[in-house]
Write a protein that binds this ligand. Structure first.
Ligand SMILES: [Zn+2]
Length: 73
């Protein structure tokens, strides 16, 4: 897969990613599989991973300001 930002080659990696839900709430998903660009560091998620992220974000504790989750991906 090629980077949509610079056209560089992307490679698979795993990393922790923060997702901001709104002004005060943030969810960190640990050890998330993603594609990262060697050239500019841009990242992308595959469709199945994106679906898991969306499902995980829906299931977080609505009152928590910071939550760390791990999804099976
Ligand atoms: Zn790039």
């Amino acid at each position: 897969m090629r980077c949509h930002a610079c056209g560089g080659l992307m490679h698979e990696t795993r990393s922790d990613m923060p997702f901001k839900l709104d002004r005060s709430r943030i969810v960190i998903i640990k050890d998330l599989p993603m594609l990262q660009c060697d050239e500019c560091g841009e990242h992308a998620f595959s469709d199945p991973v994106m679906e898991k992220i969306e499902a995980a974000l829906k299931n977080v504790d609505q009152s928590a300001e910071l939550e760390v989750v791990r999804i099976a991906a």
